[in-house]
Design a protein around this ligand. Structure first.
Ligand SMILES: Cc1ncc(COP(=O)(O)O)c(C=O)c1O
Length: 376
């Protein structure tokens, strides 16, 4: 049976991985500075992660949300401590798009309204409601277009948001903590504070999409925490499970749950919770968020000395390196000649790097050496 051919793929076949490295079927080692779209947070096959998943699989891998789930409560408790969101409620699902889909639904349930403000260059997922607020017409089918009203604004344009909120029919503003696919542009601290205040004044909810920028990647648990705000809804996925499919929504206390309001068969199952708990354990025990900032500084110091680098965008270990030429050929050379995985963005001149949060100075040296080599 042929696979439905939607993915442009590199000709690499990973068969095992460890820490910041991936190995192909011939035993060739690759340095992973992309983590499969920013998913690998605590490192590939981390021993604690493998142990908790193996132990859980021996006990019970799955039961649906029709029974008590103490593992979900354990995950929520650890998440409350590490994220600082002890009063928010947790809804567990399976992917980033599903987290945003549920957050948009909750905003509409709660406010009784259906207009949403979204930002240019956004990416929020490929399901119906999320595509409607994703700034890429090429991936929307006719059925996805205009299924609820959206007002588009430029990131950090307060005037456009104020104007859109004036009609009082806005259910939510949705914004990424740091834009990922769109090219590492960031809402400023002042803009996030403005959004938080304006949403409150206009009975709209603020949704912070931290699917890529969350779980420590920015140097704080969530990137929006640099602005000191508390959004009504925060969505998470990617690093949350270090590769095990799990997503979640943090929901402010004023949003009340009703039986049947949201639901999923697989969301928050035993194995997913074991993965989520293992990630939080390792983030804390290895102080990975502190490491993010140290490694960020080393990377910035090294990148700034490379003359071809035009700008460095992003925060922590969610970085975009700007060149004045398309980076596709450079990425291929990094992969095939130097065995380093990197990522791309919608801006063809931006190299995206999303390494595991536990990388060390030697990994950075290898990456910088490879980059310099390719550039010469
Ligand atoms: C910011 C952001 N939101 C949502 C998504 C969608 O997540 P998923 O692919 O898990 O549905 C992504 C995926 O790249 C993302 O980067």
């Amino acid at each position: 049976m042929p696979l439905f051919d939607v993915y442009p793929r590199f000709d690499v076949t990973p068969v095992r991985a460890k820490g910041a490295y991936v190995y192909d079927e011939k035993g060739q080692e690759y340095l992973d500075f992309y983590g499969g779209h920013g998913v690998i947070s605590i490192g590939h096959t981390h021993p604690h992660y493998v142990k908790l998943l193996e132990q859980q699989l021996q006990l019970i891998g799955f039961y649906s949300n029709s029974v008590n789930m103490p593992l979900q409560e354990e995950l929520a408790k650890k998440l409350a401590i590490q994220s600082g969101y002890a009063d928010h409620q947790l809804f567990l699902c399976n992917s980033g798009a599903e987290a945003n889909e549920n957050a948009l639904k909750l905003a509409s349930f709660h406010t009784g309204k259906k207009k949403v403000i979204a930002f240019r260059k956004s990416f929020h997922g490929r399901t119906a409601a999320t595509l409607n607020v994703t700034d890429n017409a090429n991936i929307s089918a006719p059925i996805n277009l205009d299924n609820y009203p959206v007002v588009w604004a430029d990131l950090n344009n307060e005037k456009a948001v104020t104007q859109a909120l004036r009609t009082k029919d806005v259910a939510a503003v949705i914004v990424e903590g740091i834009q990922g696919v769109g090219g590492l542009d960031m809402p400023t601290v002042a803009f996030l504070q403005f959004l938080s205040k304006s949403c409150k004044e206009n009975d709209a909810l603020l949704i912070l999409d931290e699917i890529q920028s969350g779980y420590g990647r920015s140097g704080k648990f969530f990137a929006h925490q640099y602005a000191g705000i508390q959004p009504d809804l925060i969505t998470m996925a990617k690093g949350m499970g270090n590769g095990f499919p799990i997503g979640g929504v943090l929901i402010a206390p004023q949003i009340k749950a009703k039986a049947g309001m949201l639901g999923t068969t697989f969301g928050g199952n035993h194995l997913a919770c074991a993965a989520g708990i293992a990630v939080l354990d390792v983030l804390a025990s290895e102080k990975l968020i502190d490491n993010v900032m140290q490694m960020h500084q080393l990377l910035i110091d090294a990148l700034q000395h490379i003359p071809a680098v035009r700008a460095i965008k992003g925060k922590g270990l969610m970085l975009g390196v700007q060149f004045d030429f398309p980076v596709q050929e450079m990425r291929s050379k990094l992969l095939y000649e130097h065995h380093v995985f990197t990522g791309a963005a919608s801006d063809p001149t931006l190299l995206r790097i999303l390494p595991p949060l536990g990388i060390d100075a030697a990994h950075i040296q290898t990456f910088i050496h490879a980059l310099k080599n390719v550039l010469t």
